[in-house]
Design a protein around this ligand. Structure first.
Ligand code: NOJ
Length: 542
């Protein structure tokens, strides 16, 4: 792809392919590369610029593939390296760029390095690639510190010889020691391996967690990050300043390729800290989780939008926007609840949701997101209006959160249910007839298939297609201009330059549209130039 399109990532719409659940070519119940290849034309027709594929490497799937046992191969369930190469070439031929997911904070416990570390014993060079420590207490039977794991329980597991190893996530995901030169060299090489194969970029998993305080001090009451008077972050394992050295090195690797290769950070950090990851010589973009988690209310949204745009402008980076992903409750369900933001799994899970209301709001949110300056992420199935499957049988749950929380938090499987493509009975074209998807699909997904949506002019899919077509056709969408216009409480109105307006009504009152404008696209019916509640519209001034 040419130099003229070098800045494609600044306003790209990137479609997230959760490969396990996207399309199953061989009928084993799990998505795969063959399935993805067969659906690339659908993605090109949708009008996205790139795909981001969740980890597809060999893995015991203790955490859905975020436990990698070989960074240079493909999980046999998904296909082969040759299939991956074909997929990349076909995507490129359709004008779609390909972004992979790199998991550098931890490996699988089945990774040869970890197996070697276990075998080599305490004090060995093999153990130094991970974070092994002796325990506390007289017999070392207490964990080395008080850190806790993201999926529940302590962040330390004891091995038979008595030492403990650190895992900020599941025990099957031992953390790498990023103070070890071999770890740097290995991941550098992994990046090059895939860049050489033609991938256009990487999403970096847990980018904010790779650097640890080598003293591994207790957390005490520290929850996220603590900034010192000098603006340094004192948290022992989240968002440490030393992590930026790693990303400078990675940026130099990406820039060593003549065409632009890019990074997007998964970094959960305090507002204001994200810009550090996106300095000129570091990463290109980062997910905007503040936007995803924000309640669908005008005041909080306006605040997040302002903070995102101005915060990143300081380092010349474009903002990005995202409504859903494979870790969060699908937004049709969230927006149908009394509280529409994200708090915690315990507070939010199972809260009653009105899907019709959530769908109306999700349509409005799509037009809001796709009108904002910068890049946007679409999570597979959101273009079909899928809701969270909250009643999966307990026996089907696979997210480690379910076990690690002592069966109190169901986890993230409800947003990972395989995609319905066509037909009237499961597997809805996800795999061949009579194949059994790895998570059961609801029977009412008959109405949500891509086939049904393609035939319905009022479907979510048609809205996304129309929005993405306009985003490409109207230059103001991909420019950087953005300004708020005065509007009544509970509404958002902004201009993107050249008379292009986006109006979102999240108030209880109908909102008259400005004069001398024509409607380019609306998320719901607009009669007599009145915008109903929970509706958004794109307008062009005459
Ligand atoms: C973030 C990923 O999105 C999530 O799915 C995974 O469980 C954790 N990182 C750990 O790798």
């Amino acid at each position: 792809m040419s130099n003229a399109t070098d800045n494609w990532w600044r306003s790209a719409v990137i479609y997230q392919v959760y490969i396990r659940s996207f399309a199953d070519g061989d009928g084993d119940g799990t998505g795969d590369i063959a399935g993805l290849r067969s659906r690339l034309p659908y993605l090109a027709e949708l009008g996205v610029d790139a795909i981001w594929i969740n980890p597809w490497y060999p893995s015991p799937l203790a955490d859905g593939g975020y436990d990698v046992s070989d960074y240079r191969d493909i999980h046999p369930t998904y296909g082969t390296l040759a299939d991956a190469e074909k997929m990349i070439a076909e995507a490129h031929a359709l004008g779609l760029r390909v972004i992979l997911d790199i998991v550098p904070n931890h490996t699988s416990d089945q990774h040869p390095w970890f197996q070697q570390a276990l075998a080599a014993g305490p004090g060995s060079p093999e153990r130094r690639r991970y974070l092994f420590r002796d325990g506390r207490g007289e017999d070392g039977s207490l964990p080395p510190n008080d850190w806790h794991a993201a999926f529940g329980g302590p962040a330390w597991t004891r091995v038979p010889d008595g030492q403990w190893y650190l895992h900020l996530f599941a025990p099957e995901q031992p953390d790498l020691n990023w103070d070890h030169p071999a770890v740097h060299a290995e991941l550098d090489d992994v990046l090059r391996f895939w860049f050489d194969l033609g991938v256009d970029g990487f999403r970096i998993d847990v980018a904010h967690g790779m650097a640890k305080d080598p003293a591994l001090p207790d957390l005490g009451l520290t929850e996220f990050s603590v900034l010192t008077a000098e603006g340094q972050n004192d948290h022992p394992h989240w968002d440490r300043d030393s992590v930026h050295d790693i990303f400078r090195r990675w940026r130099a690797i990406a820039d060593g390729y003549p065409d632009r290769r890019v990074f997007v950070a998964e970094a959960h950090v305090r507002p204001g800290r994200l810009a550090h990851y996106l300095r000129d010589d570091e990463l290109h973009t980062a997910f905007n989780f503040d936007f995803l988690k924000c309640p669908l209310e005008a005041g909080p949204l306006r605040e997040v939008i302002d903070r995102s745009i101005t915060g990143l402008a300081a380092v010349g980076a474009p903002p990005t926007w995202v409504l859903s992903n494979h870790d969060e409750t699908r937004h049709v369900t969230r927006y149908g609840r009394a509280y529409t933001g994200v708090r915690s799994a315990l507070l939010d899970q199972g809260a009653p949701s009105d899907h019709a209301l959530g769908t109306r709001r999700a349509r409005a949110a799509a037009l809001l997101m796709l009108a904002l300056p910068g890049g946007a992420y679409i999570y597979q199935g959101e273009e079909l209006g899928l809701y969270e499957v909250e009643d999966l049988p307990e026996t089907a749950l696979q997210d480690p959160t379910w076990e690690r929380s002592g069966h109190t938090i169901r986890g993230r499987d409800g947003c990972r249910v395989p995609i319905p493509w066509l037909g009237t009975t499961p597997p809805f074209g996800f795999g061949p007839p009579r194949s059994v998807p790895w998570l059961p699909q609801p029977q009412d997904w008959t109405a949500y298939t891509a086939e049904a949506a393609s035939a319905d002019p009022a479907s979510m899919l048609q809205l996304y297609r129309a929005a993405l077509r306009l985003r490409r056709a109207v230059p103001a969408f991909t420019g950087e201009a953005f300004s708020w216009l005065d509007s009544p409480q509970g509404t958002l109105v902004f201009e993107r330059g050249a008379g292009l307006l986006c109006v979102v009504n999240l108030s209880d009152l109908p909102l008259p549209l400005p004069d001398a404008c024509q409607v380019l696209l609306a998320s719901g019916p607009v009669d007599d130039r009145i915008l109903p509640t929970d509706t958004a519209v794109w307008l062009q001034r005459d």
